[in-house]
Design a protein around this ligand. Structure first.
Ligand code: PMP
Length: 282
């Protein structure tokens, strides 16, 4: 596989980043994951805009223009012959050999830019009815910034796995925030209910697109908090992310939703999302 590091395309075995990189030492880095279908990038624009926002919130100078970033994404997809898969992008504040908590002078330390692809044949066809558990949300308070601090989400997935489930939904002050790596929704009497945007959750690129398509299809949407009990008593549930698109949830904390099968709204939204996103893919 060919990867990209700071302006260079290299075989993955020859690519390297300093042990002093602040992404490694402090999780002082942001990332994006963009899916690839039919060899094209899904919603590149949305990911580029969110990346710029994440960098800005952390005071990391954006080291690469949107045009160059698109070019790197496309080149990696091309050389690695990705038909269906993902492009992972990470930008850290850079490598500072002093290991100081204080941010280094941006004149001296430049951000580290890394991109690589993941080949995922069958990504669009894969619909897995998901079982989720609920766990406490103990992450930091700026979940709107897409940082690489993913230890708790990883632990959440491990807790889910240990419980025989596929993922965990996070609960704060009695309400569901989001999944470990996705935005979550319930459907009751045809109405789609999802938590509103704030610093408590990541502003999903897939969420924005799916809600837009749902609105265009005259579906009713309510952006508000909901509890895990309300979710367990919903007709259906699903989650969205750039790598899973729209995925039905059929069980929450051991309770089957509705008739236990993937919901109609979720499956319809998945179809619309894939169709519409592919039309606009670059
Ligand atoms: N919330 C969290 C915590 C996530 O990690 C992700 C995916 N990285 C999402 C939501 C979904 O965002 P997107 O649709 O942009 O992939």
């Amino acid at each position: 596989r060919t990867v990209y590091v700071n302006g260079e395309y290299l075989p993955e075995t020859e690519a390297s980043v300093s042990i002093f990189d602040r992404g490694f030492l402090f999780a002082d880095a942001v990332y994006e994951v963009t899916s690839v279908l039919n060899g094209k990038l899904i919603d590149f624009e949305g990911h580029a805009v969110r990346l710029a926002r994440s960098l800005n919130e952390l005071g990391i100078e954006n080291p690469i223009s949107k045009e160059d970033l698109l070019e790197v994404h496309r080149e990696l997809v091309r050389v690695n012959e990705i038909d269906e898969g993902l492009v992972y992008l990470q930008i850290s504040r850079g490598a500072d050999s002093d290991r100081d908590f204080v941010f280094p002078d941006p004149e001296k330390v430049k951000p580290t830019v890394v991109l690589f692809t993941q080949n995922k044949p069958g990504l669009a066809e894969t619909v897995k009815p998901m079982k989720v558990i609920s766990i406490e949300d103990i992450r930091w308070g700026r979940r709107d910034i897409k940082t690489v601090q993913l230890l708790y989400p990883s632990m959440g997935k491990m807790m889910a796995k240990a419980a025989g489930a596929d993922d965990a939904w996070l609960i704060e002050d009695g309400f569901v925030t989001e999944g470990t790596s996705n935005n979550v929704y319930i459907v009751k009497d045809g109405k789609i209910i999802t938590r509103g945007l704030s610093n408590d959750i990541l502003h999903g690129i897939t969420r924005a697109a799916v809600l837009r398509f749902a609105e265009e299809a005259q579906m009713e949407i309510e952006e508000r908090n909901f509890t895990i009990e309300e979710a367990q008593n919903a007709d259906e549930a699903f989650f969205t992310s750039a790598s899973a698109f729209v995925m039905p949830v059929v069980e929450i904390d051991g309770k089957a939703l509705g008739d236990g099968a993937p919901g109609k709204v979720a499956l319809r939204l998945r179809e619309i999302y894939l169709d519409e996103s592919l039309k606009k893919a670059v």
